[in-house]
Unconditional design. Structure first.
Length: 175
């Protein structure tokens, strides 16, 4: 995989560590890859790792200057959730995950055709997103992304399998 596919390898490793919420491992990965091998305009996660370690919402917020980079926005979303700043985390989630479900199948198709680029939902269903799932706003986030409809077909999310989280009851019993 190296060096021909270093960008893909980095993104895959970054996603895995981010899904775990392991910001120290993200910093180690960035250091291992080296600054010159990181994607263009990539912002280091060092300040986010420090904020999470210190459980500092103000430090996390400071590290999350407004950005249109989905990589940074996802890291900030999960860092803000980790430090308990759910209001700012949900503001980021609204930008990353706009409504993708219409009132009808045809209107949902139009949404997808109009804006096919979409942030993958693995970050909001990951172990690192557990703080988000403890908030009442999570159900609306999962509904507008199409996750609730998908889960209700029988495809249970990981967080509802072995040790179901409290939100699981709402996902499957409320219509």
């Amino acid at each position: 995989w190296w060096p021909e596919y270093k960008g893909y390898l980095f993104r895959a490793r970054l996603a895995g560590t981010l899904e775990r919420g392991d910001f120290e491992a993200i910093v180690q990965l960035e250091n291992e890859i080296g600054e010159k091998n990181l994607p263009p305009n990539y912002k280091s996660s060092a300040s986010l790792a420090t904020a999470v370690k210190l459980k500092s919402a103000s430090a996390a917020k400071g590290a999350c200057a407004p950005s249109s980079d989905p990589s940074l926005m996802n890291r900030c979303l999960l860092a803000l959730a980790a430090v308990g700043d759910l209001d700012d985390a949900y503001l980021l989630a609204a930008k990353l995950y706009p409504p993708r479900v219409g009132r009808t199948t045809a209107s949902s198709d139009r949404i997808w055709l109009h804006a096919p680029d979409y942030t993958p939902t693995e970050f909001i269903t990951s172990p690192a997103a557990a703080p988000l799932r403890r908030d009442r706003r999570y159900l609306a986030l999962a509904q507008r992304t199409g996750l609730v409809a998908y889960w209700r077909t029988g495809a249970l999310p990981d967080f509802c399998r072995n040790a179901p989280e409290p939100i699981c009851g709402e996902l499957f019993h409320r219509r």
